[in-house]
Ligand binder design. Structure first.
Ligand code: AMP
Ligand code: ZN
Length: 488
């Protein structure tokens, strides 16, 4: 069998995947910034890395999958300016910043579960790793690659560029990068136009701030990922991923921070997913063209003609390679929904298929082609085309126009188990339906217990049940008619 090839952004080529310390694989993916709901574009990136993690595990690698939660230090402007997004949202919703973080983290995990993604092995938060970030900044300063100005610490890109290639990830020269940035003003504290903040001085009204050798402040946008990936995966690890939009700034700066701190290349393979677009424009929080997954599931959005199940949406995403753009449209979703139903219908048919004789079809070749597709940089659309070849065989055999042996039937079942369920992470509607039925029953039972507690004036218990459900992502609403619940 051919080896696994991965497209490496760093070398701009497909390379044979050779982990640093097999069978272990360190995979770090930049996670969500939890000051608002994730949109479908964010989900595409996380679902792509879910496919990647699933396939690596399917091949037998022991993947430590780290996906962080950014819960501090994100300013509105990408250039270390503007309001803190968490503080702004906290004021708007009249909540504590950490309540905002909790609310959207829980919401994010629920959405990821509905898309049947595997949970990360470690989900570290920026606020939980302030001391690691401070230590790293101290090392960068002592290496001469950062400087402090009035309580803010900047990374010195010019100094770094004397030793290392700052634009290596995007293959751009320093002069080109400089051209793309604005001139410094007299009031600017930083020395160079490309310098970025590692630590930012807090204002008295800053809601989330921590003590540091440079006074009270909070970490810059990029340092958390350098500090946390190093802590959990080591100085140099196998795969680092995220959306393509992170390449030029966030990941470029991550590399600079890590090398500026410990002089080693932090990542062997950089992987970047392409964007989900709407009418050709990138889906983003700031552009206001973001669909929420729940709007898609319910069909409750002006641009949608109907709702789609999480599995149909997942299948829609898998039909495009992770490095190609994916444009969102009703027609494309409807076609995917039909394709997904056909795939699942054949799985049902397969359960009833009886051996009928020796077939002319080479089913093993389909299985090999499935592996070949995935080994070619996780090419899920080509994999799906192979799966539809299996669908054709199942349906023809069912119509008695093709003979199949016991071995053929088993092989077809293996293809489904391995590729449809394990690698693509799709689940039958029955399975997802069964889970929601079971959840509905459990919820009826819990709300019943809570209702009894209220009747007995045990408000402590009834409040505790409500709060714990909320922490688990289930919102209970009380009214005169009784209590209802919904997934957040
Ligand atoms: P954020 O919460 O904005 O930091 O984004 C979380 C992840 O989603 C990052 O890896 C982004 O690159 C990715 N992302 C943002 N917008 C899109 C999009 N339209 N399509 C695919 N991925 C996206
Ligand atoms: Zn990151």
């Amino acid at each position: 069998m051919q080896p696994l090839y991965i497209y490496n952004t760093l070398t701009r080529s497909k390379e044979v995947f050779q982990p640093i310390n097999p069978p272990y694989v360190g995979l770090y993916v930049c996670g969500p910034t939890v000051y608002s709901d994730v949109h479908l574009g964010n989900c595409r990136t996380f679902i792509s890395f879910d496919l990647i993690c699933r396939y690596l595990r399917h091949l037998g690698y022991k993947v430590r999958y780290v996906r962080n939660i950014t819960d501090a230090g994100h300013l509105e402007g990408d250039r270390d300016e503007g309001d803190d997004k968490f503080a702004k949202k906290a004021r708007l919703e009249q909540l504590e910043p950490m309540e905002i973080v909790q609310k959207y983290t829980v919401g994010f995990r629920n959405i990821m579960a509905r898309f049947n993604t595997v949970p990360p092995s470690i989900e570290p938060t920026a606020t939980g790793h302030i001391s690691e970030q401070i230590e790293m900044i101290k090392e960068i300063i002592s290496n001469g690659f950062a400087y402090e100005k009035e309580g803010t610490v900047y990374f010195d890109v010019e100094k770094y560029s004397k030793e290392y290639n700052y634009g290596q990830l995007t293959n751009r020269k320093l002069e080109e990068l400089l051209e793309g940035t604005r001139e410094l003003h007299g009031q600017d504290e930083k020395k160079g136009r490309l310098d970025f903040a590692l630590w930012i001085k807090a204002k008295p009204e800053t809601l989330m701030q921590w003590p540091s050798p440079w006074g009270w402040g909070f970490p810059g946008w990029h340092i958390e990922c350098s500090a946390m990936s190093r802590k959990y995966l080591g100085d140099t690890f196998d795969i680092h991923g995220g959306g393509m939009d992170l390449q030029a700034t966030h990941h470029t700066n991550e590399i600079a921070q890590s090398k500026g701190c410990y002089h080693a290349e932090p990542v062997k393979y950089w992987m970047h997913t392409n964007m989900l677009t709407v009418n050709g424009a990138r889906m983003s929080k700031s552009a206001g063209n973001g669909f929420l997954p729940n709007e898609l599931f319910t069909g409750n959005h002006p641009l949608l003609e109907k709702g789609y199940s999480p599995m149909a949406v997942r299948f829609f995403m898998m039909q495009t390679h992770y490095r190609s753009t994916l444009d969102f449209s009703n027609e494309a979703l409807q076609a995917s929904e039909k394709g997904f139903e056909r795939l699942m219908q054949s799985w049902k048919t397969l359960q009833t298929l009886e051996p009928s004789g020796t077939s002319d079809e080479n089913i093993r070749a389909i299985q090999e082609a499935c592996y070949a597709a995935m080994n070619d940089d996780f090419n899920s659309p080509v994999l799906i085309a192979q799966l539809f070849d299996a669908v054709r065989i199942i349906n023809t055999a069912n119509d008695k126009k093709l003979k199949v042996t016991v071995g053929d039937i088993q092989l077809l079942k293996d293809i489904y188990e391995h590729f449809v369920f394990d690698v693509l992470g799709l689940a039958t509607e029955e399975e997802t339906g069964k889970t929601s039925e079971a959840l509905a029953e459990v919820m009826n039972m819990i709300l019943d217990i809570r209702h009894k507690a209220k009747l007995e004036k045990n408000f402590a218990l009834s409040d505790q049940i409500r709060d714990q459900l909320l922490a688990a992502g289930i919102q209970v609403k009380d009214s005169k008619e009784g209590s209802t619940w919904k997934l957040n």
